[in-house]
Design a protein around this ligand. Structure first.
Ligand code: SF4
Ligand code: F3S
Ligand code: FES
Length: 265
């Protein structure tokens, strides 16, 4: 284990130390260069700590970090819940690219692996960030729920929905709120109130839903400014890194066209 002090807070992308990455054979040594910092500890200094472990078949970054925490440093902070690419909590910057650690095989990104916390979000410690607080405030800002006018009667049989439309809504609903798209977005790095591709995707999802009675004028009130759709500079890092392969580029272009039309009417 080796600690290398660095003079900056761990909120920026880190270039891989050595390229190219993978594939790594079982038994080979992996070197994980992990950004360490605990903002709750006044004595903590941002630094990169290097851990060495042995590659095994099928090893994911989740397994590698778990082994390090178990056998080398119990203070290492990182988040995992589902380990299956569903909860979105394990997103981190792996060799300079935001992605899900539980879905990343070490053999594909090693033997030298650089890990950093997602930028943009509040750092809890080491590789752990608080995406939940930001996601919640985003949902509140965008009012990301179905706005219905009639009174809900839970005893009534639900109105059927056209299966194709249901599929289109489900396609956008696959977002797991991991935060990778926001971490990869240059606009979000400059504009702290930018809703990001995830926000635009949410608007596209509810605009598509026939149960949501909001008009385009009402959606314009929510995203018709530079913190919304007009702040997006079409950098497309969001779509590049989205682990669920959501069609973010298409949704951004579509909502932008609708909001331009609304703004001009
Ligand atoms: Fe993650 Fe993709 Fe959702 Fe962004 S749109 S939060 S990258 S799943
Ligand atoms: Fe950012 Fe994606 Fe737009 S990376 S600038 S939200 S196209
Ligand atoms: Fe849930 Fe990785 S632990 S997505």
């Amino acid at each position: 284990m080796r600690r290398t002090p660095i003079p900056v807070a761990p909120v920026m992308f880190v270039k891989p130390r050595r390229a190219p990455a993978g594939p790594v054979q079982a038994g080979q040594t992996l070197r994980l260069h992990v950004m360490r910092y605990n903002p709750a500890d006044p004595a903590s200094m941002p630094c990169v700590q290097t851990f060495e472990i042995e590659q095994s078949d099928g090893m994911t970054l989740f397994m590698a970090l778990g082994e390090i925490r178990e056998k080398q440093d119990p203070s290492l902070q990182f988040d995992f819940v589902c380990r299956a690419g569903i909860c979105g909590s394990c997103a981190m910057v792996v060799n300079g690219r935001p992605t899900l650690a539980c879905r990343t095989l070490t053999r594909d990104v090693g033997p030298e692996i650089t890990l950093a916390p997602l930028p943009f979000f509040e750092l809890i410690g080491d590789l752990s960030v608080d995406t939940g607080k930001w996601m919640r405030s985003l949902s509140e800002r965008l009012e990301a729920w179905c706005h219905v006018e009639e009174k809900i009667d839970l005893r009534r049989i639900e109105a059927p929905m056209d299966p194709d439309l249901a599929d289109r809504i489900f396609e956008l609903d696959r977002c797991i709120e991991c935060g990778c798209c926001v971490a990869a977005c240059g606009t979000a790095r400059m504009r702290k109130d930018f809703v990001g591709a995830i926000g635009i995707n949410k608007i596209a999802r509810f605009r598509l839903d026939p149960r949501d009675t909001r008009s385009d004028a009402e959606f314009y009130e929510v995203v018709g400014d530079d913190d919304g759709i007009f702040g997006c500079m079409s950098l497309l890092g969001c779509e590049d890194v989205c682990p669920k392969d959501l069609p973010l580029q298409t949704q951004i272009a579509f909502i932008r066209r609708k909001m331009v039309r609304e703004g001009m009417s």
